[in-house]
Design a protein around this ligand. Structure first.
Ligand code: NAP
Length: 360
């Protein structure tokens, strides 16, 4: 086996890249496993570059006010990645916007480029197994690569939840989606009734967003009161295109192989009564699950599977030398900027750990 790595970073969202930028600038020569380009990852929403790569404009990442973003992005990225950029947002006349907020995929490609510029090594593969009971730690990938590392930063993020119905699975990518901003503008959803499931900020945000395309949006919530913040609730409740369907959940997704999803059968959580609604899309916004399965319980998590930080304002996990950053350890803030911040913290924690142990 090759030399022992100082820092292995698992994950390629804002936390992973910030950790890589900081640790490469500290001469730790980090190795990032950014994830694999598999169909399974595509279906699960766990492809490289994380959840931000599934969004459109990001208006709240400090330092990125709306502007001539594409010009800057093209100047910053290696030429070979230009082809992977999403189309520039259009104005009301169908022309490219001159001034827009950075798009999620652009932001992620910039972060990756920044890490690369400082010498970060990147492997496009999933980590499928780790052994944290030995020193150095051992890490194995889907394609069978094995590496050893003195420190590991886990930054694998979280993915959207689904209801778990077989009929939902059948219509994934054919009407069923967990990302309104990724899929909402697709032709199949235009001027058609759509369904959004959930009662949190994501659900009301997605329902509001989808009114741009849909003829009507049914917001289906299992209780008779929303969890979302007041301001977001008001926005949804005052939107004439949104109809609340209180105290219901989905019994079955309806459709056929030719047309994909054509409707849903709703079931009342109060009296079990059922009725159907026509819809060409169903968007899930029922929370997230952290991507920690590959750890196989070797790092302590909370009841929902999020990695626990063992000290306030430190990215230490239950395993000395293993640090956690971003959404995989955060079920509360879940923002790109907080995620990037904790990635920086994890890199600094790893650097200090290596210095304390006289490893680097
Ligand atoms: P969330 O707050 O956990 O809400 C999940 C919603 O899904 C809840 O209403 C829950 O119902 C419902 N739900 C869960 N499992 C379900 C099931 N099996 N069947 C039907 N419904 C189910 O998740 P989130 O909306 O993704 O928000 C997560 C965090 O991100 C929050 O802190 C939120 O404030 C933040 N966020 C902020 C913004 C923003 O400020 N722009 C946007 C998006 C998210 P119950 O209410 O009955 O539990």
């Amino acid at each position: 086996m090759a030399d022992v790595e100082n820092v292995v970073i698992i994950g390629s969202g804002p936390a992973g890249w910030s950790a890589a930028i900081y640790s490469s600038r500290a001469n730790l020569n980090p190795l990032v496993f950014e994830g694999a380009l598999t169909t399974e990852n595509q279906q699960n929403g766990t492809l490289p570059l994380g959840q931000l790569n599934l969004t459109t404009e990001v208006e709240n990442f400090a330092g990125f006010p709306a502007g001539a973003v594409r010009q800057f992005v093209l100047s910053a990225l290696d030429e070979e990645s230009h082809a992977m950029l999403p189309p520039v947002p259009k104005d009301e006349h169908g022309q490219d916007e001159h001034k827009y907020a950075v798009m999620g995929p652009e932001l992620m490609m910039l972060m990756r480029q920044q890490a690369k510029n400082f010498g970060t090594r990147i492997v496009t593969d999933d980590v499928v197994e780790v052994d944290f009971s030995v020193r150095p730690f051992r890490i194995k990938t889907l394609e069978g690569q094995e590496v050893q590392a003195h420190t590991v930063i886990v930054a694998t993020g979280a993915r959207a939840n689904y209801l778990g119905l077989p009929s939902e699975d059948r219509f994934k990518n054919r009407g069923v989606s967990a990302c309104a901003v990724c899929d909402g503008a697709l032709p199949r959803f235009r001027n058609k009734p759509l369904v959004v499931i959930g009662g949190g900020d994501s659900a009301v945000e997605e329902a509001t967003y989808l009114t741009k395309f849909a003829s009507k949006v049914y917001l289906v919530h299992r209780r008779d009161e929303l969890r979302a913040s007041k301001i977001m609730q008001d926005r949804a409740l005052n939107n004439p295109k949104i109809e609340m369907v209180w105290s219901h959940t989905i019994d079955e997704c309806l459709g056929d192989d030719e047309r994909g999803l054509t409707g849903v059968r709703l079931v009342s959580t109060k009296d079990g009564s059922k009725h159907e609604r026509t819809a060409s899309g169903m968007f899930l916004a029922i929370g997230h699950t952290p991507n920690t399965a590959f750890l196989k319980g070797q790092v302590e998590t909370n009841a929902q599977g999020y990695i626990k930080w063992k000290a306030p304002f430190r990215t230490y996990t239950s395993v000395e030398g293993v640090f956690a950053a971003g959404d995989v350890a955060d079920d509360y803030y879940r923002q790109a900027i907080t995620s990037a911040g904790t990635g920086c913290m994890a890199a600094l924690d790893a650097e200090r750990y290596l210095a304390d142990k006289d490893i680097h």
